[in-house]
Design a protein around this ligand. Structure first.
Ligand code: MN3
Length: 205
């Protein structure tokens, strides 16, 4: 058993023009593949951990032997984050979550409106210093927007991920160069709210 690159749920060019085909190809085939390989390598001496789910590993890092804990946190976190990121985007998606959906109602309740949420999430992504990710998570039944540095994953701090955007430069530089704010604005055109709704329904149980 080992961790493998998940199947991309759409074609490389299907998130155009918001996420370009070349970025998708490199991000998925090169970056995510390399993270997957590193995760497996970091478990070479502890192969029993390869049969656990990545969620189980990241949710309980203290159960991972100390000598490989940091490597699992980093390589496992970045492996999971990318698996999650591909799923939370979709072609012909984006906009606001469907009216009446549980996540739409929760967003309105927590942030006041979808627009207020969009602003908060976008600010978290744009203003995050250096590499990392912005997230919408469920924490003890409450929605929260946060950003985490580098490879860190909300599962490792007890929060349930519902949405994320990768703000490492490799995620946007080919198309947007230094214009992270424009990338984040366009990201809203590819958010898979159907998936986010499924995750929210599961997370709040
Ligand atoms: Mn990335």
């Amino acid at each position: 058993m080992s961790f493998s690159l998940p199947k991309l749920p759409y074609a490389y060019d299907s998130l155009e023009p918001y996420i370009d085909s070349q970025t998708m190809k490199i991000h998925y085939n090169k970056h995510h593949q390399a993270y997957t390989d590193k995760l497996n390598t970091s478990l070479d001496g502890n192969t029993e951990y390869r049969s656990k789910t990545i969620e189980a590993l990241l949710s309980n890092l203290n159960a991972v032997p100390e000598p490989i804990r940091l490597a699992v946190r980093n390589n496992g976190g970045v492996y999971f984050n990318h698996c999650f990121f591909w799923e939370i985007m979709a072609p012909k998606a984006g906009g606001a979550p469907p009216a009446g959906s549980a996540i739409a109602e929760a967003i309105a309740k927590e942030f006041g409106s979808f627009e207020a949420f969009r602003e908060k999430f976008s600010n978290a992504a744009v203003n995050h210093f250096g590499s990392g990710w912005a997230w919408l998570v469920l924490d003890k039944g409450k929605l929260e927007v946060l950003s985490l540095p580098n490879q860190d994953c909300p599962l490792s701090i007890g929060k349930k991920p519902l949405l994320c955007v990768d703000v490492w430069e490799h995620a946007y530089y080919l198309k947007y160069q230094n214009r992270r704010a424009e990338y984040v604005k366009e990201f809203f055109n590819v958010i898979n709210w159907k998936k986010a709704e499924e995750l929210y329904q599961r997370a709040r149980q």
